[in-house]
Design a protein around this ligand. Structure first.
Ligand code: SAH
Length: 289
């Protein structure tokens, strides 16, 4: 399986300078270490009310690795739509987790949905993303992220990259996000989306997530956004003692249960069922598609 890391890409603002400057920048970049590349300001540029939408990057050193940069892209576009979405999560669902609500306010969901669905990007509903797959509804993304209880020092593995939105939300909590997608065109589209908007620390692999990502194990947290009939043993094996896995488990094309799996420090497993959910099935490489 090949994997792709968005780390070390040209930043989007360099891309936007257009074809004229690109060859010169590439020549320059070839001789540059990442630290030599000039960085955009950390805070958003001042924007007049009627200005077109702006994108910017919040950049901080990766904790424990000051030579790497943790980028969290931002957009001034549709902030009010996101605010209303967050109000629903907080006031209707009673999700009282300020860091998760901040992450949901910060990540522009409309970057991740197909253009035909852009108007619906902030309603609390799953949306089709092509290839028979869906981006989960915002409440499920927020609730699963809440259950993961992430820490910036932890590695997190997602199975089912889909649009890339959940991975982008995870990137708000830790610069160590690894995500696997089995449908190649979806994985490639997510990589393009990450690249376009400046996500630099996300690691994407195209392949069967049932097997996990053994070279990067163990993971402090694992989130599965497609439903297997049973919890995959390789994922249990790759969970760190003290780690959490959030996973929908159950039969295909009907209701599953959302399960939180805790791996105790002695390696034993504790399993808690949270609520009924409905996810697309986890596909195996041998399945007909
Ligand atoms: N987390 C996604 C939603 C994913 S929908 C988002 O934020 O948009 C579930 C995804 O799981 C689909 O894209 C599907 O192709 C993928 N998937 C299904 N089986 C898989 C497997 N075995 N390994 C990796 N990805 C898988």
């Amino acid at each position: 399986m090949k994997s792709y890391t968005t780390h070390n890409m040209l930043r989007p603002w360099t891309g936007r300078l257009g074809a004229l400057l690109l060859p010169a920048l590439l020549l320059l970049a070839a001789g540059c270490r990442e630290n030599d590349v000039p960085k955009p300001a950390e805070s958003p540029p001042a924007v007049a009310a009627e200005s077109p939408p702006t994108e910017w990057l919040i950049e901080t050193p990766v904790p424990g690795d000051p030579n790497r940069v943790w980028t969290r892209p931002r957009s001034s576009e549709r902030q009010d739509d996101r605010r209303r979405m967050v109000e629903v999560l907080r006031d209707v669902y009673g999700l009282n987790d300020p860091p998760v609500l901040r992450a949901m306010q910060s990540v522009p969901r409309h970057w991740f949905v197909p253009e035909t669905q852009a108007r619906a990007a902030y309603i609390d509903s799953p949306l089709p993303i092509g290839f028979g797959q869906t981006i989960s509804q915002p409440y499920i993304v927020a609730y699963m992220t809440h259950l993961l209880d992430l820490d910036p020092s932890e590695k997190v593995l997602e199975i089912g990259t889909g649009s890339g939105y959940q991975a982008a939300v995870l990137n708000e909590f830790t610069p160590h996000v690894f995500t696997i997608e089995i449908v190649r065109p979806l994985g490639e589209r997510a990589i393009r989306t990450f690249r376009r908007h400046g996500y630099e620390t996300l690691h994407v692999r195209i392949g069967d997530g049932y097997q996990g990502w053994p070279e990067e194990a163990p993971f402090g947290a694992i989130i599965v956004t497609c439903a297997p009939e049973d919890i995959p043993q390789p994922l249990l094996d790759q969970l760190k003692p003290g780690g959490r896995m959030v996973i929908p488990v159950g039969p295909r094309n009907t209701v599953q249960e959302l399960v939180v799996v805790h791996k105790n420090v002695d390696g034993t497993i504790r399993r808690e069922s949270r609520m009924p959910v409905r996810f697309v099935p986890l596909i195996r490489e041998k399945d007909p598609r």
